[in-house]
Ligand binder design. Structure first.
Ligand code: 5GP
Length: 203
């Protein structure tokens, strides 16, 4: 067993505007991580690419993926459907990389039930004021801002359910914190595997 072999789902959740996409993009520069692309029925934002940021699907396509058991988990967020294709996670794990899953709080709870070795991280903005500013910069409408700030308040109440909290006050520091957490968890899993192999042998 080498350290590289300890792959486990890494879940990053954050309120909209919390910065999880930027943290994810930073992690993906490290070849130990791979992105588990999810699908959504929402329209692409300017600059978003189908098959890179999301698989953009119609509501009918989404419902048939769900019916055929092709989604590991799904949730309705801000009136749109989002779901993690089983294949997205499997492909990344099969390539020996850690699948980075940027999903909402409900999705994180589902993944925790499916994979008991999943590591969950909640990324929080330094303050509600900064979160509001980030949403404004992203060009959210007044209505969109209201919905996202309300969801953010609700999601923050779930922060204690995550294994780790990372405060995203500096992007580089947040990325480095997530890498440190991952490396620590890799070592812990290698230790657990080593011990279970050791004790399964006749001493
Ligand atoms: P956005 O529309 O801002 O890209 O995403 C809205 C929310 O949906 C974010 O919290 C995002 O992480 C979450 N999300 C994206 N894909 C999935 C998914 O496959 N499953 C779940 N549960 N949430 C997702």
């Amino acid at each position: 067993m080498t350290k590289r072999m300890a792959v486990f789902p890494l879940v990053l959740s954050a309120p909209s505007g919390g910065g999880k996409t930027a943290v994810r993009d930073g992690l993906l520069k490290d070849s130990r991580f791979g992105f588990s692309i999810t699908c959504t029925t929402r329209a692409p934002r300017p600059g978003e690419i189908n098959g890179k940021d999301y698989y953009f699907v119609s509501k009918d396509e989404f419902l048939s993926l769900r019916k055929d058991g092709k989604l590991l988990e799904w949730a309705e967020v801000h009136g749109n459907y989002y779901g993690t294709p089983v294949k997205s996670v499997k492909d990344v794990m099969d390539s020996g990389k850690i699948p980075v899953m940027t999903i909402d709080v409900k999705g994180a709870a589902s993944i925790r039930k499916i994979f008991d070795d999943a590591v969950t991280i909640f990324i929080i903005p330094p303050s509600p004021k900064i979160l509001k500013k980030r949403l404004e910069l992203r060009g959210e409408s007044a209505e969109g801002m209201k919905v996202r700030m309300n969801t953010a308040r609700e999601e923050m109440k779930q922060a204690h359910l995550f294994d780790y909290l990372v405060i995203n006050d500096s992007l580089d520091a947040a990325i480095s914190d997530v890498i440190k957490i991952t490396e620590t968890e890799m070592l812990r899993m290698c230790r657990n595997k080593y011990l279970s192999d050791l004790f399964s042998k006749d001493l």
